[in-house]
Design a protein around this ligand. Structure first.
Ligand code: PKZ
Length: 153
């Protein structure tokens, strides 16, 4: 299935969470299901916190990149534009808040995101992590369109 991340330009495809060019990273893939965005990810045994359960930092990074991808896709959708069209929307994380509701087991996880607000260069995304039917974590991300100067000192 066509994922948002498949449309990221090569020069922004190195992110540890979502970059297809980062062989050590999570390489998450996110797509629309109606008005929700969905990512499926299965943690590896080395993502363990307490045996049998996933490390919270992993959960946070999945929420982070799921949400920045959602932000970009939502902007394209709002403008009725194809994700390959120019100018490209590139988002970075301004703020990442995570509530860990229950221990998250090692096994397939589903992240479901909704767009709470689009205002100027900012998109606020809410994201819930499910293990089966159980919501184990909930996050909110403020994603901001990346300034042209990003990465330059
Ligand atoms: C599909 C194909 C397309 C291509 C698609 C490519 C995508 C390819 C991305 C790859 C990459 C992935 C990314 C992964 C996620 C990281 O891991 S990104 C790395 C971690 N994040 C960073 O390093 C960001 C560092 N911070 C910054 O550079 C700057 O603080 C920011 C976030 C760009 C914001 O600075 P700014 O541009 O000066 O923003 P500013 O004008 O002050 O604020 C704009 C709005 O955002 C709000 N805001 C800014 N910061 C915050 C904050 N911390 N808390 C709350 N609100 C905030 C402001 O309040 C303001 O809102 P309004 O007042 O308009 O309501």
């Amino acid at each position: 299935m066509d994922a948002f991340q498949d449309h990221y330009p090569e020069n922004v495809s190195h992110c540890y969470g979502c970059g297809s060019k980062n062989k050590h990273g999570h390489q998450i893939k996110t797509h629309w299901e109606g008005d929700e965005t969905v990512t499926r990810f299965t943690p590896e045994p080395y993502h363990t916190s307490v045996p049998g359960f996933a490390y919270g930092g992993l959960i946070a990074s999945l929420i982070d990149c799921h949400s920045t991808g959602t932000a970009a896709a939502a902007m394209y959708r709002q403008e009725g534009r194809d994700m390959d069209s120019l100018p490209a929307f590139r988002f970075v994380t301004g703020s990442l808040h995570v509530d860990f509701l229950k221990p998250t087991p090692l096994g397939e996880l589903t992240l479901r995101g909704t767009v709470k607000e689009i205002k100027g260069r900012k998109v606020v995304v809410e994201c819930t992590v499910f293990a089966g039917d159980v919501a184990t974590a909930r996050g909110e991300v403020v994603a901001v369109q990346m300034p042209e100067s990003f990465g330059q000192s």
